[in-house]
Design a protein around this ligand. Structure first.
Ligand code: C5P
Length: 226
């Protein structure tokens, strides 16, 4: 039988990744971080010196589409053993760099990229060896798995998101982190709507919840739906 699908979308800094992973761990589910795949491809684009700012240019878009053919990417779906590799390179940490964060939206905007990665996510989610899988991203409730048993939009006020993210990133000033986050959300919003809940999607607002309370709120939703 197919694993129970829990789709979670939301903006950066909503706590999406850490909450999704913790929920998966508690329920014995697998965990799929789709943003990591977009980041891994952006890492490869930078590694190959493709100019991501010129992706609207046909030649550059073709170069990325060609890259997709040998995008030898692998991601851990065990919430306790998370890793991301591209070919022989372990890029688990490298994909979180400011350079990759700055380049990823331009790569994620290419239609052929979204199409290929969406296929990949569907196949990864269908083939986990657990009773369920938490799939987390921006377009999971709407595009990747609109048929998921559980669909959640995890939000938080902009202020709360900026505060959380700048507490995580200590190598840059709070203002720099906030500005980069805002500009990435702005760019991503042009491609997919992850700020408002689609029909049938349940909103969990974590603004006034701590980490543990957010995990519990998400698990409550899962229990009412499964
Ligand atoms: O979730 P995270 O912030 O790591 O995602 C990195 C980037 O990947 C996002 O800024 C967005 O450009 C892209 N993304 C996407 N669709 C998803 C997940 C991530 O376009 N489902």
């Amino acid at each position: 039988s197919f694993p129970i699908l829990v789709a979670i979308d939301g903006p950066a800094g909503s706590g999406k990744s850490s909450v999704s992973r913790a929920v998966a761990r508690r329920l014995g589910f697998a965990y799929l971080d789709t943003g990591a795949a977009y980041r891994a491809l952006a890492w490869l684009v930078l590694d190959r010196n493709i100019d991501e700012t010129a992706l609207s240019d046909a030649a550059q878009a073709d170069a990325v589409t060609a890259l997709l053919k040998d995008f030898d990417y692998s991601i851990g779906t065990d919430p306790d053993e998370y890793f991301v590799t591209v070919g022989q390179a372990d890029v688990t940490d490298a994909i979180r760099s400011p350079e990759v964060s700055a380049a990823v939206s331009a790569v994620a905007r290419v239609p052929a990229v979204r199409q290929a990665l969406t296929e990949l996510f569907r196949s990864l989610a269908a083939n986990v060896d657990r009773p369920g899988v938490v799939v987390e991203g921006r377009d999971i409730t709407t595009i990747v798995a609109p048929e998921a048993e559980v669909r959640i939009l995890l939000t938080a006020s902009e202020e709360a998101r900026m505060t959380r993210r700048s507490a995580e990133i200590t190598t840059q000033s709070a203002e720099t982190v906030a500005e980069q986050l805002r500009s990435r959300d702005r760019a991503d919003s042009q491609v997919v709507d992850f700020m408002s809940a689609a029909d049938g999607v349940i909103t969990v607002d974590s603004t006034h919840l701590d980490f543990e309370q957010t995990i519990e709120a998400v698990i409550d939703v899962i229990h009412t739906r499964t």
